[in-house]
Design a protein around this ligand. Structure first.
Ligand SMILES: CC(C)(COP(=O)(O)OP(=O)(O)OC[C@H]1O[C@@H](n2cnc3c(N)ncnc32)[C@H](O)[C@@H]1OP(=O)(O)O)[C@@H](O)C(=O)NCCC(=O)NCCS
Length: 401
C-alpha cells in the first residue's frame, strides 16, 4: 500500500523487523525497556497483541516509521463497535517533519476502515495533531487526590475481600463481561488483556455478592501501593473500580476511608457522573492553598482519549438513526462519510447528496456528539434500552494502550 501524498511503502511487520522496530520505538518512546526486551515483548505479544499488530513504512528501503493497529471492540450505549486502536506511531528522527507521521496515520485509518472498523481510538501526544485527522477528545476523568479520612466510613466494606491471583480468573473477567454492555465506551477484554491479574503485585479487591453465591461478585477494585519516599507521601492509587450499583460503590469508598491509618493520600480517577466531590469532606489536594480567594482547587481534569468515526453510515445504522432524520457531515479524510445522510427506517441511512453543504458538521464534532449521546437523529440512549451501571453514562475507556 502506498499512501497518496508521500513515497512510502507500507507493509505488515515481519520477523526480521523485530530488532529494527524495537530500535525505532526505543528512539521514539525512550524509557526503561532495553531494545532486546522490547523485541522480546513484541515477539511474545502483549495485552493488545504482538508483531501481527505492527506496520512498517519504508522510504527507499529504510525504515522511516511504524505504528500498531490494535483490534479493539468498544461498547457504546450497549452496542459493540469494532475499533482500530492506533498506537506507537513513530517516525525515525531522520524522517521527521516531512509528513511521514501524517501519512502513517492516514494509512492506518484507511486500513482500519478496510478491515471493517467503525471507530478509531488513540491516546494523543498532542491534541491538534490528531484533531486535524478528524479525532476528537472523548470523555474525561476527574483525578482526585485526597486523604482517606475525607471519605465517610460508608458501611458495607466488610463484603470486600482481597482476591489472591488464583481467585481472580475467571471471576473478575466474568464480572467485567457482564457489566460491559452497561459501560459506555469500555473495551471488550481478551484473556491477554487480563494477564495483569496473574501478577502477585497487582492488588485486587472483590465485593462479594449479596446473593450469597461464593463465586459471584458485585464489583471489584484494582489498587497500587506507592510507599512513602523522599518528597512523596504514602499513596494508594486506585487503577480500576467497577461496581454494579451505588451501594457497592459506597462500600468501596468506605473501605478506602478505613485505610486512613496507613495511607496519607488516595489517588482516584473518577467519572464526572460519580460526583465524588459531594462525598469528600475536603475535596482539595493535600498541601495546596487556595487558588484565589475562596476558590477551591479540587480534581485535575484528565481529558481523552481521542475518538474518530471511520464508517459513519454503519455507526448510524447500529445505533438506530431515526427515519426522516438528517445529518450533514464533512470528512476531509474519508469522502465516503461526507454528505447529507437521511434515516430511511431501513438498516442503512441513505446518502442524499455526496457533497457536504456549507454548514455541514465536521466529523470530529459528529464523533464528539456521538460519544456524548447527543447526536441528532439517534434515539436517546435510555429510549433504546441502555441501562448504565450506577446510572452513569459518561464515556470512558479504561484501557491505556
Ligand atoms: C509525533 C511524530 C510521529 C510526528 O512525526 P512527523 O513525521 O514528524 O509528523 P508530520 O511530518 O506528519 O507532522 C509534523 C509537523 O510537520 C509539519 N510538516 C509536515 N511536512 C512538512 C513539510 N514538508 N514542510 C514543513 N512542515 C511539514 C506538519 O504540518 C506538522 O506540523 P504541526 O507542527 O503543525 O503539527 C514524531 O515526532 C515521533 O515519532 N515522535 C516520537 C513518538 C511520538 O510521540 N509518537 C506519537 C504517539 S501518539
Amino acid at each position: 500500500m502506498t499512501p497518496p501524498d508521500l513515497p512510502l511503502d507500507l507493509r505488515p511487520a515481519r520477523e526480521g523487523d523485530l530488532i529494527p522496530l524495537a530500535r525505532l520505538w526505543a528512539l521514539a518512546f525512550p524509557g526503561e525497556p532495553s531494545v532486546a526486551n522490547r523485541a522480546r515483548q513484541l515477539r511474545e505479544g502483549g495485552p493488545y497483541g504482538g508483531l501481527e499488530t505492527a506496520w512498517v513504512a519504508e522510504r527507499n528501503g529504510r525504515m522511516a516509521g511504524a505504528f500498531r493497529a490494535y483490534d479493539l471492540t468498544l461498547h457504546l450505549f450497549g452496542h459493540p463497535f469494532p475499533t482500530l486502536g492506533l498506537a506507537a506511531v513513530a517516525v525515525h528522527p531522520s524522517f521527521r517533519r516531512m509528513g511521514v507521521g501524517g501519512a502513517l496515520c492516514r494509512a492506518a485509518l484507511r486500513l482500519g476502515r478496510e478491515r471493517g472498523d467503525l471507530l478509531s481510538a488513540l491516546y494523543p501526544f498532542r491534541v491538534d495533531y490528531y484533531a486535524r485527522l478528524g479525532f476528537t477528545l472523548a470523555g474525561e476523568f476527574h483525578r482526585y487526590r485526597f486523604p482517606p479520612a475525607s471519605l465517610p466510613l460508608f458501611p458495607g466494606w466488610e463484603r470486600i475481600r482481597m482476591l489472591v491471583p488464583d481467585e481472580r480468573i475467571p471471576r473478575i473477567p466474568r464480572f467485567y463481561a457482564s457489566l460491559l454492555p452497561r459501560l459506555h465506551g469500555a473495551a471488550h477484554r481478551t484473556p491477554a488483556m487480563w494477564e495483569f491479574l496473574k501478577e502477585e503485585e497487582t492488588q485486587v479487591w472483590g465485593l462479594c455478592s449479596r446473593n450469597g453465591e461464593d463465586d459471584d461478585l458485585d464489583g471489584y477494585m484494582v489498587t497500587e501501593s506507592h510507599p512513602r519516599r523522599r518528597g512523596r507521601r504514602a499513596e494508594l492509587r486506585v487503577r480500576e473500580l467497577l461496581v454494579e450499583d451505588a451501594d457497592g460503590y459506597r462500600a468501596f469508598l468506605g473501605w478506602l476511608s478505613a485505610q486512613r491509618d496507613q495511607w496519607t493520600e488516595i489517588t482516584y480517577d473518577a467519572l464526572p457522573g460519580e460526583r465524588l466531590q459531594q462525598v469528600l469532606s475536603h475535596p482539595r489536594l493535600p498541601g495546596t492553598g487556595t487558588a484565589r480567594g475562596l476558590w477551591f482547587p479540587s480534581a485535575t481534569i484528565l481529558r481523552g482519549p481521542m475518538l474518530r468515526i471511520l464508517r459513519l453510515p454503519d455507526v448510524l445504522a447500529r445505533l438506530g438513526f431515526s427515519e426522516g432524520a438528517v445529518l450533514d457531515v464533512r470528512d476531509a479524510e474519508f469522502p465516503e462519510n461526507s454528505g447529507r445522510w437521511s434515516g430511511s427506517g431501513e438498516d442503512e441511512p441513505q446518502r442524499m447528496r455526496g457533497r457536504p453543504s456549507e454548514g455541514a458538521l465536521p466529523i470530529s464534532l459528529v464523533t464528539g456528539l456521538l460519544a456524548e449521546g447527543e447526536l441528532p437523529g439517534l434515539p436517546p440512549p435510555a429510549a433504546s434500552g441502555f441501562d448504565p451501571a450506577m446510572g452513569i453514562r459518561d464515556f470512558r475507556i479504561l484501557d491505556v494502550f
